[in-house]
Design a protein around this ligand. Structure first.
Ligand code: TXA
Ligand code: MG
Length: 319
């Protein structure tokens, strides 16, 4: 089915409209504080199947369920003190908790048939308003084609999914620009499955994380090494630009380089770099260059998430 994709401006009327559409089983793109999501009822298998098919995502890669309140979210999992501590500190916000699922209504297709579920309470006001309209959680992956970079504006969603979704709710540019951190507390050992908006250091101050070995994370089910890909090939950890490449700097742009260049953050701010990363990769995809070189970014704070995405973006062949 090919739709005429409509972008709605953010107002109370459209928030109600979108909440009603989701309640009725439709799939709608909307903003969160991390990236735009493709939202559908958490308990409707047909809707969830549609989300997978719009993204062309393998059914083995489960979705995150989003909630309008911390209480409602925690009610749906079997939990211990870790969930409470994390929720209290980081929700609403860009942390996703994986735990054993309690609520039998959650679509088995959304969780890829696992006995665990990934949940989060977003802090974006529009997402929260939609969730709280009918007190109904929604499942939402990032609103991009599978394997590509996530959208950080309504226009990005349009470029990714034009004709595949009916409606995009416009909430401007997203605050974090990179996906949520995914943390697994379904076992005694706490593991980070994906670096993201909440830094590992800030989690480690509260609870011990077990899975760190040379920054290689345990894989989430279905998530491949090759992911988050722009259209152009990229070269990471670059020291200086080469001819024919576009240059994505961390810090000041080099004055000697005459080619296309942008900077993630002139003042070497990691938060600003995360916010700009996907936006700038999309911009550079449109430029007349063969490839993009990205200056080395420090492996700390949200830099861990940036480097994780860049390694996957640069990964050529999946095992
Ligand atoms: O910031 C975000 O998390 C955005 C916004 C829209 O909320 N969503 C997002 O969703 O990035 P998605 O589907 O693109 O990524 C979800 C990640 C995947 O890596 C998936 O494998 C993992 O969460 N995941 C989901 N359920 C899981 C589970 N039960 N166990 C382990 N990993 C799980
Ligand atoms: Mg995604």
């Amino acid at each position: 089915m090919i739709y005429k994709t409509k972008t709605l401006e953010n107002n109370n009327q459209n928030i109600l409209l979108v909440a009603k559409k989701i309640k009725a089983g439709n799939v709608i793109a909307l903003p969160t504080e991390t990236v735009y999501g493709l939202a559908g009822r958490f308990d409707n298998d047909l809707t969830i199947k549609k989300i997978f098919s719009i993204k062309n995502r393998p059914l083995s890669n489960p979705l995150i369920i989003h909630y309008g309140s911390i209480e409602n979210a925690l009610e749906d999992i079997y939990m211990d003190s870790r969930a409470k501590i994390l929720a209290e500190k980081f929700w609403p916000g860009p942390l996703t908790i994986v735990a054993k699922a309690k609520n039998k209504l959650i679509s088995k297709i959304a969780t890829s048939g696992l006995d665990t579920v990934a949940i989060r309470v977003p802090s974006n006001k529009i997402a929260l308003a939609v969730l709280n309209q009918f007190n109904l959680p929604f499942a939402a992956p990032s609103a991009n084609r599978y394997g590509k970079i996530s959208p950080t504006s309504a226009k990005d969603v349009f470029d990714e999914l034009n004709g595949k979704v009916t409606t995009i709710l416009n909430g401007g540019t997203t605050k974090f620009g990179i996906e949520s951190t995914v943390i697994d507390i379904s076992n005694k050992k706490t593991k980070i499955l994906r670096h993201g908006g909440i830094s590992e250091e800030s989690i480690n101050q509260l609870i011990k994380i077990h899975n760190k070995e040379n920054n290689i994370l345990i894989r989430s089910p279905g998530l491949s090494n090759s992911h988050y890909k722009p259209d152009k090939p990229i070269r990471i950890n670059a020291i200086r630009p080469r001819e024919g490449e576009a240059w994505l700097a961390f810090g000041k742009k080099p004055s000697y380089f005459k080619g296309v260049s942008l900077t993630l953050s002139e003042k070497k701010c990691l938060d600003e770099s995360a916010k700009n990363l996907y936006k700038m990769l999309r911009l550079l995809d449109k430029k007349n260059v063969k490839s993009v070189a990205i200056q080395k970014i420090p492996e700390k704070g949200i830099g861990l998430a940036i480097n994780d995405r860049l390694r996957r973006a640069a990964f050529i062949k999946d095992k």
